[in-house]
Design a protein around this ligand. Structure first.
Ligand SMILES: [Zn+2]
Ligand SMILES: [Zn+2]
Length: 389
């Protein structure tokens, strides 16, 4: 009796061939090229240049600018994102954002296009390989009105081929010359780079919904995996991103590895980006504290006294941040009227402002410390409690 092997009948032939064919092409062409030409300085250079251009166009452009509107950008930057986002071969910005906005609205639900609840493989790449009924493009009217993005959507494959495949080959030809340069650009800046950018991006939908911590929310499967940020231009802080999607940063602390945030911020110094939206630290920190408390007390009854202590910590944290904002404003205003002061009196005024600001920071730090002690004491209580059946 012959077994009937079930396989999806709705395979998207174009996407599937591309996703399987491209890694094969990349590996075979890389072997062929290495045997014939070896590797010099220009192969890594062209790889990194096109990896940065296409990768950042997806993370800073498609994701943080177009999907989430976390800031505004001037048209030359939008054009850059449209050209090099196409080179990443992840569809047009309009279609990418339609899927992504649905992913945020319906995370982990049936309508989530790359829900990890359907498995790691599905979230990573499977969802691109099959057609689930009619293609839905919704909730992107704002992007469809944009002339650059509408043009990119109409010509996505041609633009991708020109900027993602032909351009690196031409750049290689210009740098090194001959078939050597042309092929080097094609293999390193084109084929290999496309595969790396693909899987780095896909990891956000699969790995960043599977491994990592949840410091801000357990409402969905999103996780913070700082390690992933090194591959994905800062997109590894995914639990933060799902909780605060209006923030242009994903790694919100200055030391968090987030090149997309650095690009957006530095572009603002040249007038290329503006209105960068940040969630106030007060909101972020109290969310983190609340989540840590909930995690600690999960499933157990919390004593009234502990609840009160926690509320006190929260109140102290909030007032610390409120005060800090006020003090900083005062200092800023004082700086504006600095000219009317003598040098010595300004020195004293400045010192006063600085020490008041410092005091606010101390208050915030002590609220955090109090909270830490509270959590630790809860652990001790739990440890010393007799075990009852
Ligand atoms: Zn997002
Ligand atoms: Zn996600």
């Amino acid at each position: 009796m012959s077994e009937h092997i079930a396989y999806p009948s709705n395979i998207n032939i174009v996407n599937t061939s591309f996703l399987i064919g491209m890694p094969i092409l990349a590996v075979t062409s890389l072997i062929y090229y290495s045997l014939n030409y070896g590797i010099g300085w220009f192969e890594p250079l062209i790889f990194v240049a096109f990896y940065l251009a296409s990768g950042l166009s997806i993370t800073a452009g498609y994701h943080r600018l177009f999907s989430h509107r976390t800031h505004k950008a001037a048209w030359p930057l939008k054009l850059f994102y449209a050209l090099f986002g196409a080179a990443a071969f992840q569809n047009s910005a309009i279609k990418w954002c339609s899927d992504h906005r649905r992913h945020h609205r319906k995370t982990d639900k049936e309508e989530d296009p790359y829900s990890v609840t359907k498995g790691f493989f599905w979230a990573h790449i499977g969802w691109v390989m099959v057609d689930e009924g009619e293609e839905i493009v919704e909730n992107v009217a704002d992007l469809q009105e944009d002339k650059i993005l509408a043009w990119q959507d109409r010509n996505i494959f041609l633009i991708g081929f020109l900027t993602g495949i032909m351009l690196p080959a031409v750049v290689g030809f210009a740098l090194i010359g001959g078939i050597h340069g042309f092929l080097g650009g094609l293999v390193y800046g084109g084929f290999v780079r496309v595969v790396v950018v693909h899987h780095a991006t896909f990891l956000i939908n699969s790995a960043a919904h599977t491994w990592g911590t949840q410091p801000y929310s357990t409402e969905n499967t999103s996780r913070d995996s700082p390690l992933l940020s090194f591959l994905t231009f800062g997109e590894g802080y995914h639990n933060f991103h799902h909780t605060f999607q209006a923030d242009y940063r994903n790694g919100h602390r200055w030391y968090h590895w987030d090149p997309s945030k650095w690009l957006i911020k530095s572009a603002s110094w040249f007038g290329l980006t503006r209105d960068l939206h940040k969630i106030p630290p007060k909101v972020i920190e109290s969310r983190r504290m609340k989540r840590a408390f909930d995690k600690k007390t999960e499933g157990s009854e919390v004593e009234l006294q502990t609840q009160q202590k926690f509320a006190d910590c929260m109140a102290q944290l909030r007032s610390g941040f409120n005060e800090l904002i006020k003090r900083r404003k005062e200092y800023k205003a004082a700086k504006l009227s600095k000219k009317s002061e003598t040098k010595d009196s300004w020195k004293a005024i400045k010192q006063g402002h600085k020490s008041r600001i410092k005091q606010c920071k101390i208050n915030i730090a002590s609220a955090k410390k109090e909270f830490k002690l509270l959590v630790q004491s809860m652990k001790l209580n739990a440890d010393t409690k007799p075990v009852t059946a």
